[in-house]
Design a binder for this molecule. Sequence first.
Ligand code: SAM
Length: 275
Amino acid sequence: MASPDGLPPLRAVIDAHGLSPKKSLGQNFLLDLNLTGRIARQALPFDNVTVVEVGPGPGGLTRALLAEGAGRVVAIEKDPRCIAALEEIAAHHSGRLDIVAADALTVDLAGLAAGGRIKIVANLPYNVGTQLLLNWLTPPDWPPAWESLTLMFQKEVAERIVAAPGTDHYGRLSVLAGWRARAKILFDVSPAAFTPPPKVTSSIVHIVPREAPEPAALAKLETVTAAAFGQRRKMLRQSLKSLGGEQLLTSVGIDPQRRAETLSVSEFVALANAV
Ligand code: SAM
């Protein structure tokens, strides 16, 4: 029986194209159209937007994005086995789905929409998810080419992205994300929702860029957070010793006895500007 969008059920697509999931590509597929629809709706509205999906796989989320009204979806997939399955979706939704057979780590986002608006929606492969997010948070120019990210991560990674100072998950990723964007966890997705089920719970995170992050040189911010969180249990006068230690900290009014996890994003920015 066909699905509501008139295409074959995802299990039939997977069988027809021999898409047995590969762990090396982080392939945990979502086959529940209610769930893919719910994820797609978190990124609405889709007016005049190019939706970029990373890792469409057999196309469950892709189909949901099209069903929710995305006028143009660009789907970037590294696994050549999935391309024929995706071409069937493209043929069904004539002119609305472009397939890019490539490694998303190498794709220039801005080039995909020719200066137009972009929203990124993805059930990310876990092995490259954090690196992709880092790439999207650190383009050469800001504001970035994208206006929102709606992404599935392992829950533990999602918690690190949104963590506030003073909490266990607060670290380098939280500072970078908090500096450049506003991020929140929307809902969790149980392992049972995936084929095959992963070992851990996942979470959908929604991220929007800050128009004007506090001015700081990215490389210096990364140097400071790497040193501070590299020895997160130590006092900052010790962990930042090679960058100026006590003198650096007092120059920006930070008590040298504090630890990395207590510093706000603004305090990290102040340190980066003083290094
Ligand atoms: N979107 C599908 C879904 O929700 O069922 C599949 C999600 S699965 C977690 C991750 C997908 O990303 C797989 O289709 C995998 O082949 C693809 N992938 C893995 N590494 C990739 C990369 N570097 N660039 C693009 N796609 C990649």
